[in-house]
Design a protein around this ligand. Sequence first.
Ligand SMILES: [Zn+2]
Length: 190
Amino acid sequence: MTIHLNQYPALVLNADFTPKSVFPLSTLNWQDAAKGVFLGKYVRVVDYEASIKTRTQEYVFPSVIAMKDYVQVKNGVPFNRHNIWIRDEGKCAYCRDPLKMNEFTFDHVKAQTHGGITEWTNIVCACQPCNGKKASKTLKEAQKAGLTLHVTPHVPTVYEIASKARRLGGFGPTPSEWIDFLYWESELER
Ligand SMILES: [Zn+2]
């Protein structure tokens, strides 16, 4: 029986059982996972219901493994186009129209001409017409022009992005064994 390397990937958790990395998702192919478990670098958390048998042994593929020792990770979601779109759920922050990832514009809530900076707390997704209408207006002035900001620009957590990404079709097919470890902020689905 041949097992391809891309079958039975293992989700890698840190020693505190949070994903070691969400962007990109920390995974190992089954061979590296097997090696790491054998060497004592990882412990098994959940197994797949699948195994390979040799004449003398049976190896059960681990589905979720955790680091034996905690590793310090850089927390936080990278500030980039993709993640801003996900945080704002693929919609214009003003008119709530759905926007494709390649067609939205960044709106500086506090305009750059007024000293507004380019960071999570001052950037929202906007369609071109709303962005044009908003221009360098303050939120108050924009409201008078009929534009209401419907989102609060904020620094997202990895779990917020993970659950929103999932609703937007994010990680693609995910083994059911991984769900409890990935989507703490969404209801559990099976
Ligand atoms: Zn709009």
